[in-house]
Design a binder for this molecule. Sequence first.
Ligand SMILES: Cc1cc2nc3c(=O)[nH]c(=O)nc-3n(C[C@H](O)[C@H](O)[C@H](O)COP(=O)(O)O)c2cc1C
Length: 415
Amino acid sequence: MKRVDDFRLRLGSHEVVPIMVGGMGVDISTAELSLEAARLGGIGHISDAMIPTVSDRRYNTKYVKNKLQQYKFNVANSDKSVVQFDLGLLAEATALHVGKTMEAKRGPGLVFINCMEKLTMNAPKDTLRVRLKAALDHGIEGITLAAGLHLGSFALIQDHPRFNDVKLGIIVSSLRALQLFLKKNARTGRLPDYVVVEGPLAGGHLGFGMDWAKYDLAAIVIEIRDWLKAEQLDIPLIPAGGIFTGTDAVNFLELGAAGVQVATRFTVTQECGLPENVQQEYFKAGENDIEVNQTSPTGYPMRMLKNSPSIGDGIRPNCEAYGYLLDASGNCQYIEAYNREVAAHPDARRVKVYDKTCLCTHMRNFECWTCGHYTYRLKDTTRRNEDGSYRILTAEHVFHDYQYSTDGSIALPKE
Ligand SMILES: Cc1cc2nc3c(=O)[nH]c(=O)nc-3n(C[C@H](O)[C@H](O)[C@H](O)COP(=O)(O)O)c2cc1C
């Protein structure tokens, strides 16, 4: 019986263990987690979501405080079009986060960055270009362009000296999305180095509608694999979403996948950015405690625990401090939802907003408990402590379990 360790993922001249730990925004996939995946010979991801606030927390910078100070005059205004990011400071924050991570890198694996196109930041192209270029300048080894369309993203960095040497990947959830990307991207003369095929059971935002349950990851992978073969395109495929055991991973590798991307099992590790009390919520969750809802103002469905503090919270939009989801004209769906509730309840001290959430604030504070579908199985991956709480795992333990397990088994941590 094969194990993941019998396979290797080849990306150009690199050969790594075919386990990629997926990007988990706002510092859930921390530098520590990504570095551990690289040390163990696989691929880790940091995330480019809200890097200025991540930098404040990690490196004592004051980007958020200073931005709020600069735009304080606008806090009560629902028109947020003036609230722009300073591109120089954005580059500086990205340089700090990426640079410090890459300096600390040890071992044979690779560290990539997950880049969210949905982070439109009130000036989509300019802010994206700055984030991508700063990451390249500071030694990132790969960029995974997260679900969304990203049709013009390669072109934004085409003139960068590292354009041809950095590994560039995209995440898609259908053959159609891949075809569209390849067509629009053809003029850069550069194919993606890998394609992550993310199915409907993943955590974070989904590349499906609310009919996500109709889709099956293996079927999408097979369709894309066969199409690439017919087109004589040799691009490594990396399935993601619901791959919970080493055996699940082997099944995909035997189908012709080059590697797998996994995330949920790493949410309950010491290296993950989620606070321990939140990790205990992930462990405790049952199947019925998880939902896919439409509270994300990005417009994409998102999977999360039903008891996420973000759901129903009616905080005043925090765009002067954050503002990562403002579109090119300074709008965010949460602002509209919040204003509607305030108008409907003029005397309320605090309104409740159920249809949308202030995702910047709640992701920043680890109050939007996004998770994969199989989060309810996490309790079977560990032991209980004497006080009844679940034992937090190490990333090494989970990584090795994926790498070496067989027969659908999951290794528990040592007694
Ligand atoms: C807590 C959490 C946060 C996530 N955040 C992001 C993100 O910011 N960007 C992204 O592209 N994918 C994100 N994902 C998706 C993962 O990178 C990965 O593709 C997927 O969850 C793999 O499926 P699994 O969790 O069942 O292993 C997130 C997943 C989880 C569990």
